[in-house]
Design a protein around this ligand. Structure first.
Ligand code: HEM
Length: 233
């Protein structure tokens, strides 16, 4: 059961203004989640392609990173957009979760999920863990606070030093499994929310989500594996 729509609320509680009413409705929040999700997936595609330059040696990836930093104001604009997308995504997810819990007086504890996948059942906790990962990841590779030998100008060396430690490689690999599952279910529901396919058990939607999630998962995971295996050194 979903929360009451804006139309079903008492007049005094319906927010004024089209944007406020849109944000207040459950479908509005789902649409915000879908659009911000697409923005973050676009970032991840660029990020994974950037990371794969590790296979071309230190000069290539360090120059790529330096070129990004030379973008200055443009880079900060992109970072601002990404941060805004992340905040909106998390707030909408939190509020939708609260609504669906509040709308259901008796839980579904004794019901076996029949059609839901593992990715669907773990989407909320997976999202929380991904948030923790993002904070640790920024402290690790962007600010260098928790990196033992951080050099701002040597992205290549930073990754080699990090993933030569087995537990760091394992932590990243586990986080990437979480990311893959989140992306699979997230993409699937975004396509449905945005109405890009018919509302059915649509194999096309399933295929698009699976290909995207696998490609991003493998693209990220191959770096810690290659460093730890000594293929990149
Ligand atoms: C094995 C997986 C990953 C590796 C090896 C990796 C590596 C890196 C490195 C080396 C940087 C610093 C780049 C630079 O300073 O030029 C970075 C930045 C970043 N990464 Fe990752 N990353 C991974 C996965 C992810 C994931 C899954 C996310 C998001 C969910 C993510 C989000 C970010 C963000 C937001 C930045 C900061 C970008 C900026 O400077 O504006 N990364 N990553």
């Amino acid at each position: 059961m979903t929360a009451p729509s804006a139309a079903a609320m008492p007049r005094s509680r319906v927010p004024r203004g089209a944007i406020a009413r849109f944000w207040h409705s459950s479908i509005g929040k789902k649409a915000v989640m879908a659009v911000t999700g697409v923005m973050m997936v676009a970032f991840l595609i660029v990020h994974v392609l950037g990371n794969l330059q590790m296979f071309e040696g230190p000069l290539k990836i360090n120059e790529y990173s330096a070129a990004l930093h030379r973008l200055g104001m443009l880079l900060w604009l992109a970072r601002g957009g990404l941060l805004a997308a992340l905040v909106l995504h998390v707030v909408a997810a939190y509020q939708l979760t609260r609504r669906s819990q509040g709308a259901r007086s008796v839980g579904y504890a004794d019901r076996e999920p029949q059609v839901s996948t593992f990715a669907a059942r773990t989407i909320r906790w997976g999202g929380v863990l991904l948030l923790v990962f993002i904070v640790l990841h920024l402290l690790h590779f962007t600010f260098g606070t928790i990196h033992p030998a951080f050099d701002r100008k040597d992205v290549y060396g930073n990754m080699i030093a990090a993933f030569q430690m087995w537990w760091v490689a394992v932590l990243y690999l586990l986080a990437m499994i979480g990311l893959g599952l989140h992306l699979y279910h997230g993409t699937w529901s975004s396509i449905r929310t945005l109405g890009l396919t018919r509302p059915s058990a649509d194999p096309f939607r399933r295929r698009v989500s699976a290909v995207l999630a696998w490609a991003i998962y493998l693209g990220f995971s191959i770096i810690p594996i290659a460093v730890f295996a000594g293929i990149i050194k």
